[in-house]
Design a protein around this ligand. Structure first.
Ligand code: NIG
Ligand code: ZN
Length: 386
């Protein structure tokens, strides 16, 4: 690495919302030092290609039409159930590497393409292995309530999760075999209703998991109000959040994880980022990487948040670093460059820090180094360790 001072993007911002950087110093070198990016919402462990569904959506099919016809999540569940654990790990590792090259140093990873206990555990083991073996930070989320299994009602599926999945998970967590950080439910019309969602989230909280769930995406469900009441750490999507929900999340310090790729790909209403920021909601960003929204790159997510959700570049920077870390309960150790925090850093080659957001898709050229825990793990297109 060049022996020169780098400028820190976060410290140049008076409105970033995060704590300030202590390591910045101006120089003439056209390089900028950013905190490593934090991706607050992904579904990165799965088998089965869904490119054909992209064509269906372009032809006018909605997300729920495909889901109700047995495609979407159901399609991925079928393929993931049939996949070997080793195959799942291999494709997951490849996806994590692509995220790392786009500047992500901490990523939230969900299960949720198993639904049945055995496959959910297979996915969580794959996530656990990545957390232990790879040079990227991982926050693990149990998302067994991602869809209602065929032949069950939402209430029956909730009973199964509460009586069978969560006790098993708790055993594995207690024995140290598995670390799971968060519990998730897809709270949506035709998926998990508010009451089933409440029961599952509360049971997860009772075994020590942080509540971090999908809500108010396609229909207004009062998910935001529920999350605030249950003490959720974060709620994702929120395209259909109510005014009361915004107020409740602001007061409860519950982070809103906004996912610009989903609204873009599915042509949904944009989440009301400006109203949330005005109400004091902690706004974070995630890629939502999954077979429906195939995007690994947080710089592109920040760009979309600015153009489509009317966030400023400073707000997008905070949302993809310190606020995303907060949404995972990790803002004490991640999300900003400060003494005492983990040394996750990216260094970009450009005259101004804003280029990483402005150049849509330009991150592959701009990101020179990715550093995790003080160690260079990626340099241009050269992988040093993974
Ligand atoms: N909305 C629910 N879950 C995912 C999509 C998962 C899938 O379609 O496979 C999301 O966050 O966008
Ligand atoms: Zn999701």
């Amino acid at each position: 690495m060049r022996r020169s001072w780098y400028r820190c993007a976060a410290s140049g911002s008076s409105t970033c919302g995060g704590t300030s950087c202590s390591g910045s110093r101006c120089c003439t070198t056209p390089a900028w030092c950013w905190d490593g990016l934090v991706d607050a919402h992904t579904h990165p462990v799965w088998a089965g290609d869904r490119v054909h569904e992209f064509a269906m959506k372009l032809a006018g099919a909605t997300y729920m039409e495909i889901h109700e016809a047995g495609g979407g999540i159901h399609y991925t569940v079928e393929h993931t159930r049939n996949a070997l654990e080793e195959e799942l790990f291999s494709s997951f590792q490849h996806r994590l590497l692509r995220m790392l090259r786009a500047g992500t140093t901490l990523v939230e990873c969900k299960s949720g393409y198993g639904l049945a206990l055995e496959t959910e555990l297979k996915m969580l083991r794959v996530i656990e292995r990545a957390r232990r073996e790879l040079d990227i930070g991982v926050s693990s989320t149990y998302c067994g309530a991602h869809s209602v299994p065929k032949g069950k009602t939402a209430s029956e599926a909730a009973d199964d999760i509460i009586n069978n999945h969560l006790p098993k998970l708790n055993d594995l967590m207690q024995s140290g075999d598995l670390r799971v950080d968060n519990i998730d439910v897809f709270c949506e019309k035709g998926v998990f209703d508010l009451n089933s969602t409440r029961r599952i989230l509360q049971a997860g909280k009772d075994i020590g998991l942080q509540i971090n769930f999908h809500g108010d995406e396609l229909h207004p469900m009062n998910s935001a109000e529920l999350g605030a009441e249950l003490g959720a750490q974060a709620i994702s999507h929120l395209e259909e959040i109510s005014d009361k929900g915004i107020e409740a999340m602001g007061s409860a310090k519950c982070a809103a994880v906004l996912l610009p790729t989903t609204a873009y790909i599915l042509r949904l209403n944009q989440p009301r980022a400006r109203d949330m920021l005005k109400a004091g909601v902690i706004v974070a960003l995630g890629s939502d990487f999954n077979p429906n929204a195939y995007c690994y790159a947080m710089p592109m997510v920040m760009h979309l948040a600015c153009t489509n959700m009317k966030m400023s570049m400073n707000e997008a920077l905070a949302a993809a670093t310190i606020n995303a870390a907060y949404s995972l309960g990790k803002s004490q150790s991640h999300g900003s460059l400060e003494v005492g925090k983990q040394g996750d850093v990216i260094i970009i080659n450009s005259s101004r820090w804003e280029h990483l957001i402005y150049q849509f898709g330009g991150h592959q050229e701009l990101i020179k180094y990715v550093i995790v825990k003080g160690k260079i793990v990626y340099q241009n297109d050269r992988v040093l360790s993974f």
